[in-house]
Design a protein around this ligand. Structure first.
Ligand SMILES: Cc1ncc(COP(=O)(O)O)c(C=O)c1O
Length: 449
């Protein structure tokens, strides 16, 4: 008996996969991503939006390493860029021509004034650096995040996770506060947009007034929340937060780890509302799988002390020659192959198809999305909005997998974020597989009490 909640016995005939998976299980620390544990996939290679396992089965990848693999797998330009750099130099923090080109390219794409980037390797690291920068500039020491928010698992940001994941880790970093996010499907105040008058913004003001020590360095927010289920707030939310941050002499940090570089059908999530945050954090899709992240801010803010002291904002791997080259190749390809536009076009197409499924299946409570960042709420009852049980969503995941699709459907807040290169034929395959599995659930699974 395996007590791990993510463990489900596989039904598939998986010879080589099983052997390797079981062998690794003897050595790997428990706690791997749920999707890896549920699927027990052993991947051999990837091409475009498809992954192939060691038993030769192919899967349409609607997950892209959680919105990481923006160019799809094994993009030629990406491989060529990295290969070339590998033979030159791979380590060190000295300037390289490719790093200069990368920083210049990022500055040409970010909102006005955000032209100074510092590079890191992981998302949490970049967000922690952004918080340090905000403290440096404002001399404040508190941070306000949001329910449902996710910014990484390291100490400085663990307390800003807006769900029960942060429980049982002992004392969290002091000075961190949370307010409800503008999740209109599950409005924390049981109000309805737009009649609510964006009450959640008024509430943020109240949280700052009543809960904090009055020394906020930053409001940290995902322009669209990824981990919470690809939640799209109303357009007033981000501009309102910018205003509230500035009223409190704090900075607005837009964590664009997921939403950056085309995911939402615009270059950045904040472009949808024309907001220029004070600091942007970037990662995931800018490296297409190479571990690279960063923060982007203004001349004035990045010059603040102690952030700007020598060796103060840097790291061992941030912006190393290989990482910079991988990211340069990725972002250049996103721009030159019009992948932001493709994200918008294919996102609209998928969303429309999913809305058709929403009409057909009563357990689809809500479908929403911007570009290729799409969220589907799976519910027992549309009125109560009670989420489908984990056992059911895991079954949905495994049924999709059996039919050749990798997805994030193992939770009731089902996220769809394929590579930005998704083609219409692939979107059609995805919609057909989803339709098949949803009709299987309707006819064969007891999904409500
Ligand atoms: C919005 C956001 N910020 C930060 C992170 C943390 O990134 P990492 O896992 O690379 O530390 C994530 C990871 O999913 C994220 O979604």
């Amino acid at each position: 008996m395996n007590d791990d909640p993510a463990h489900v016995e596989p039904e598939r005939n998986e010879k080589v996969s099983s052997k390797i998976y079981e062998e690794e299980l003897r050595y790997v620390s428990p706690g791997l991503q749920e999707v890896a544990q549920l699927s027990r996939l052993v991947i051999k290679e990837g091409r475009g939006c498809w992954l192939t396992d060691v038993d030769g089965r192919s899967y349409l990848d609607l997950m892209a390493g959680v919105a990481v693999c923006s160019l799809g797998h094994s993009h030629r330009r990406y491989i060529a860029g990295i290969k070339e750099q590998l033979e030159k130099v791979t380590a060190g923090s000295f300037t390289t021509e490719n790093r200069m080109k990368l920083l210049r390219l990022i500055a040409s794409l970010t909102p006005p004034g955000l032209s100074r980037t510092q590079l890191y390797s992981g998302g949490s690291e970049a967000v922690e650096a952004a918080v340090r920068l905000a403290k440096s500039y404002t001399k404040g020491f508190e941070v306000l995040g949001f329910w449902g928010g996710f910014h990484g698992k390291t100490g400085g940001v663990l307390g800003l996770i807006g769900d029960p994941f942060k429980k049982q880790w002992g004392v969290l970093h002091p000075g961190l506060h949370l307010a409800p996010y503008a999740d209109c499907y599950r409005c924390p105040f049981d109000m309805a947009y737009p009649g609510c008058g964006i009450f959640c913004l008024d509430f943020v003001r109240k949280v700052i007034e009543k809960n904090t020590a009055g020394s906020i360095a930053a409001i940290l927010v995902e322009p669209m929340q990824g981990t919470a289920g690809n939640v799209i707030p109303p357009p007033e939310f981000l501009p309102g937060l910018l205003q509230i941050a500035h009223e409190n002499n704090a900075l607005l940090i837009a964590d664009e780890m997921i939403t950056g570089f085309g995911r939402t059908g615009k270059t950045f999530g904040c472009n949808h509302t024309g907001v220029t945050p004070d600091i942007l954090t970037i990662g995931k899709g800018m490296g297409n799988g190479f571990p690279i992240s960063g923060l982007v801010s203004t001349d004035e803010i990045t010059a603040s002390l102690p952030f700007s002291k020598a060796s103060s904002s840097s790291s061992s791997y941030g912006g190393n020659p290989l990482a910079s080259t991988a990211s340069l190749a990725t972002i250049q390809t996103i721009v030159e192959e019009s992948l932001v536009e493709n994200s918008q076009k294919m996102g609209d197409y998928l969303l429309k198809g999913l809305q058709g499924l929403e009409e057909k299946y009563e357990f689809i409570g809500h479908v929403r999305g911007l570009g290729l960042m799409i969220g589907v709420e799976l519910v027992k009852d549309r009125k109560t909005k009670e989420p489908l049980e984990r056992a059911v969503t895991r079954q949905i995941f495994l049924e999709l997998l059996k039919r050749g699709m990798i997805s994030m459907s193992y939770k009731a807040n089902f996220r769809i974020n394929p590579p930005l290169i998704l083609k219409k034929e692939e979107a059609d395959i995805a919609l057909q597989i989803l339709d098949d599995v949803f009709s299987f659930v309707r006819d064969h699974v007891r999904y409500k009490d």
